[in-house]
Design a protein around this ligand. Structure first.
Ligand SMILES: NC(=O)c1ccc[n+]([C@@H]2O[C@H](COP(=O)([O-])OP(=O)(O)OC[C@H]3O[C@@H](n4cnc5c(N)ncnc54)[C@H](OP(=O)(O)O)[C@@H]3O)[C@@H](O)[C@H]2O)c1
Length: 252
């Protein structure tokens, strides 16, 4: 399936992993993309690689925890291209920690980035999309949103919040021309676990396997696999909506 011509999209968390792969895939499909994340140098690398392949891309250094920066990211897309057709809320953080050892600053960062950041970005995009009665929002969630993954409680709760807010938002705006979709990811080969406590990771992994949440012999999916699935959602004719998509390794 192909994206409609002339679209403009914002991807948050586009400095690595799924967001970077998605920005490349969207640009290859002809979408003009504006990328947000905190690591400017990494964002610029992605923008350069898109431009070298003939795509149109810009980036805005954005911390999803800072409302004005999120507003500026969305405004940049509209100022530069005169429209905004798609917003993919992909930026997120998660920490591996038992609740009993929980660190308030990690919980705060998790909810401010994943949940509040998504809400603020949705609000900014909707101010543009609703008057035009068109636009797509895709929010990235996780298998942990509805499965019981020990040591990821705050992250899982933030993803459940994103899933639930997406459903409620869909009910608010579907009749007004805006599609709201989610994609649930299980286990992808990215930098996401880079900040996980290395002492706890083997313990957590063992437990996840015991609980049947993770097949240790299954391979990982790649960021590009998730990116293609999101492009599939965004490529549907306006009358259709792939509300909630789930992607995981074949043997998971
Ligand atoms: N990988 C998996 O197995 C998996 C499983 C389930 C769900 N997911 C979801 O997939 C999405 C993408 O993650 P990934 O796997 O591609 O991991 P990743 O490579 O770590 O990407 C996360 C992105 O979020 C950005 N980010 C984090 N905090 C931010 C903040 N405060 N402000 C702005 N951007 C921020 C990071 O950029 P900066 O650090 O440059 O800001 C980075 O670009 C996330 O929503 C994650 O929850 C991943």
């Amino acid at each position: 399936m192909e994206l409609r011509d002339g679209l403009v999209g914002v991807v948050t968390g586009a400095s690595s992993g799924i967001g970077a792969a998605l920005a490349r895939e969207l640009a290859a499909g002809g979408m003009r993309v504006v990328l947000g994340a905190r690591r400017r140098a990494r964002l610029e690398d992605v923008v350069t690689s898109i431009r070298e392949s003939g795509g149109v891309a810009d980036c805005v250094e954005t911390d999803m925890r800072v409302e004005a920066q999120v507003e500026r990211l969305i405004a940049t897309a509209i100022d530069r291209h005169g429209r905004l057709d798609a917003l993919v809320n992909n930026a997120a953080v998660g920490y591996l920690r038992p609740v009993a050892d929980g660190r308030s600053e990690e919980w705060r960062s998790t909810f401010e980035t994943n949940v509040l950041g998504t809400l603020v970005a949705c609000r900014a995009a909707l101010r543009h999309m609703l008057p035009r009665a068109r636009g797509d929002i895709v929010n990235v969630t996780s298998a942990s949103a509805h499965e019981a993954w020990p040591y990821l409680a705050a992250y899982a709760a933030s993803k459940a919040a994103i899933y639930t807010l997406s459903r409620a938002l869909r009910a608010e705006v579907a009749g007004l021309g805006v599609r709201v979709m989610t994609i649930e990811v299980h286990n992808a080969a990215t930098e996401f676990g880079a900040n996980f406590d290395p002492a706890l990771l083997p313990v957590a992994t063992r437990r996840w396997v015991e609980l049947g949440l993770l097949n240790p012999t299954a391979g990982l999916i790649m960021p590009e696999d998730v990116a293609r699935a999101i492009v599939f959602q965004l490529s549907q004719p306006e009358r259709a909506s792939v509300h909630d998509l789930e992607i995981r390794a074949r043997e998971n």
